[in-house]
Design a protein around this ligand. Structure first.
Ligand code: SF4
Length: 378
């Protein structure tokens, strides 16, 4: 793929395709300001009264030695996170005219970059734990060696509070969902372009006044966490945007710890309510324990907006249990119950997901979410 105008507003605009909308028998809701009701801190960044978290993290000076072993640096990192959080700096109000805090050498963000590179060296970024030597061109299950970007554009089809969203799509994914709605990107890890961190930062700069956020997506951004941190390290924005991490959340605790103080909104894709369905349909072990643990961790770090694509024949085993878990363990959440399932990629090989979602199935899932108090349903 050739980038027609690297540094321009967008290239290879590739909006997610959607299936025919289901006709829903749900009541029309009054217009709500979602930004402030469900994502209040994100709303404050948009209003210019708060900085996105990464701005503080890269201005947080630390004393650390790159020759130290990983265990030492991880301890320094975890203590620094405790300190920066207890300092209240993330909650410091700003006026719209304030200059962003100056980045410093050896910052907490730079320590995160170092640790992310080490985590990817024999890759343990996600819970597959392949141990792939990606820097030597050896790929693990996701197929990602160096980060490749499939497209970068202003997306107008995301949730209300996110659009227009500057989506940066990475090629490759750590899950192998048999029904992947984005399989042209996720299953072709070599399909994107290799950009430098500076080139990617340029793409962000060109959209900084026309986007509400930077939305790291794919495929999945997990195999690309080292790259994302590097981009934020070199980004010199006049209007720093909130960082949205749009992910399947099947990452290790260490990876998620590195995103602490960087990500403002986790836009998660919670797929299954049990391990059996996940194993068969996404070829992954231990799904529910990992993803539920990570939702709890993410909720302590940032704000959560959860997506759930309802699968045909999986309302009882997946949709309802995961919605109940979210309600009991985290609370009422901004939940987007999605109806646009299409039997693409290898879905036809699996009888249960080979057909379309019925209206009755979708309504059952949607009404259940509503009945247990999940908020802001789309
Ligand atoms: S991110 Fe990719 S290479 Fe790394 S552990 Fe996961 S699947 Fe393996």
């Amino acid at each position: 793929m050739v980038l027609p105008t690297l540094g321009g507003r967008s290239w290879r605009a590739k909006p997610l395709s959607r299936g025919p909308a289901l006709f829903l028998d749900v009541k029309i809701r009054p217009r709500v300001d979602y930004r402030t009701e469900h994502l209040p801190k994100y709303g404050e960044v948009l209003a210019g009264t708060r900085w996105p978290q990464f701005v503080h993290t890269r201005a947080w000076a630390l004393d650390w030695d790159p020759d130290d072993p990983t265990s030492v640096l991880e301890t320094v990192h975890d203590l620094a996170i405790q300190e920066i959080r207890s300092s209240g700096v993330f909650d410091t109000p700003r006026s719209g005219d304030d200059e962003a805090p100056e980045p410093v050498l050896g910052s907490l963000l730079e320590l995160k970059m170092e640790l992310a590179d080490r985590l990817a060296a024999e890759c343990q970024l996600c819970e597959r734990g392949c141990g792939a030597h990606r820097a030597e061109g050896k790929a693990g299950t996701c197929g990602v060696t160096e980060s490749r970007i499939s497209s970068s554009f202003l997306h107008h089809g995301e949730e209300h509070e996110l659009v227009p969203s500057h989506t940066i799509f990475f090629a490759g994914c750590n899950l192998e969902c048999q029904f992947c709605q984005n399989h042209d990107i996720s299953r072709q890890p070599l399909s994107g372009e290799v950009l430098s961190a500076e080139e990617c930062a340029d793409l962000i700069l060109h959209n900084e006044f026309s986007s509400r956020n930077v939305n790291w997506v794919g495929g999945d951004p997990i195999p690309n966490v080292p790259f994302i941190l590097k981009v934020l390290g070199v980004l010199r924005s006049r209007k720093p945007r909130p960082q949205v991490f749009n992910s399947n959340m099947f990452m290790t605790e260490r990876t998620l710890a590195l995103l602490n103080g960087v990500v403002d909104v986790y836009l998660t894709d919670f797929k299954y309510g049990n391990d059996v369905c996940a194993s068969r349909l996404s070829k992954v072990d231990g799904y529910f324990g990992v993803v539920s643990r990570n939702h709890k961790m993410a909720n302590r770090q940032a704000e959560l907006l959860v997506r759930h694509l309802v699968l045909p024949n999986h309302v009882e085993c997946c949709s309802i249990p995961l919605m109940n878990w979210l309600r009991e363990e985290i609370g009422p959440l901004r939940l987007n119950v999605m109806d646009q399932y299409r039997p693409v990629y290898r879905a036809k090989e699996h009888r249960d997901i080979a057909g379309r979602l019925t209206t009755a199935e979708f309504l059952k899932a949607y009404r259940h979410a509503e009945s247990i108090g999940h908020l802001g349903l789309d």
